[in-house]
Design a protein around this ligand. Sequence first.
Ligand code: LLP
Length: 438
Amino acid sequence: MANLAPLSSADEPTVAALIAARPHLSMHAFDGLVLEGVPLAHIADTLGTPVWVYGAGTMRARLAALKSALAGIAEVHYAVKANDHLAVLKIMAQGGAGADVVSGGELLRARKAGIAADHIVFSGVGKTRDELALALREGIFQINAESGEELAMISAVATSIGRTARVALRINPDVDAGTHAKITTGKAENKFGIQYADAAALYAHAATLPGIEPVGIALHIGSQILTTAPYRAAFARAAELIRTLRAMGQTVTRMDCGGGIGIGYADEPGASPAALAGAIRAAFGAMDLQLMVEPGRWLVGPAGLLLASVVLTKGDERFVVIDAAMNDLIRPAMYDAWHGIVPLAAGNAVGATTLVDVVGPICESSDTFAKARALPRLPAGARVAILDAGAYGAVMSSTYNARPQPAIAMVDGDRWTVIRQRQTLEDLWAGETVPDFL
Ligand code: LLP
């Protein structure tokens, strides 16, 4: 063990504290960990591991809570990128959310799940001509343009198919969201949006372009934001811009306040929708604007789990090797993200803890779900749930190391069903051909 870095005793929430902070989870003596009303061991027994589980009731409740905090203030466009499964999108549609999409694929997913075109906003720095044409033919609510070059493209596409594009200008407010550098989007050095200093002139220019009707301003400063201070700073800049534009005689009727509301992964408190609502109202409430937000993570993150089994432990039980890996959930490897890990069996969730590294089987050191985590002893065959994996989980996964994508189950109260079959090994090479010249 001499060559291993010493494990530090971290001040992290216990298994019991993680469960207590999540109303959709509970631990029972016989059933073990239960999501809503379904024992997760039952799903793992039936479908095997690794397997994703989403709580429909949890997603529904979170959407209802967010909508109620924003009632009379802003509309909700769910950021499809966080979790684009059709069943998740249907929950959003049924709960009255529109969609924020960033590709033609997401646009068609949202439409297929029943989200009306006039509740869809199209964001993104590199929309192609084909995607823009699709959005205009579908008649979506708004396109958020991110550059002068893109405005020219939108104008050309719209006029070529005889449509008018309702466009908001996504500004880069040069505000630090105080989150991980890889998910910060509103600093001047980030690729996103139109530089604040150029925005007013570009808006006026947009109004002269054929096929374009500028309708408002959009911003999105980053993801997993836990305080309102960065929002307040960004909103103040946007409000100032809107006042400038109106003084110039421009029509501005809409403000898209972006997404980014953070959740508590460990014991940090998640962001408060009421506080966000207050910040929106303070900045724009008196400006006669149609307001909207585009959250993803807050709505679905806590509602998803990744279940895995312990394959073996090694190094005097310091390494707990599980059958899920970074190809399934890449957040720890990519952002050093902390995810709670909870045993499925009540018997595995109690007892003395030791500090362990929970790792996957992939041949990269970054295939690590937790470092120096205090967990009760987890023998081979024990099963765990990786928490808060409903956002940026399955959507970001790959088949690296020829690992088929896991099945997905959806729980709703005390019932559950499979909403995606596990990929077979044959699926992995189904689209591949070996050329004749080999
Ligand atoms: N709107 C726009 C324009 C966005 O780019 C994003 C996220 C959202 C809304 C939704 O943000 P949310 O409310 O979910 O924070 N993969 C990273 C997060 C990337 C976020 C990208 N943009 C992660 O796993 O943390």
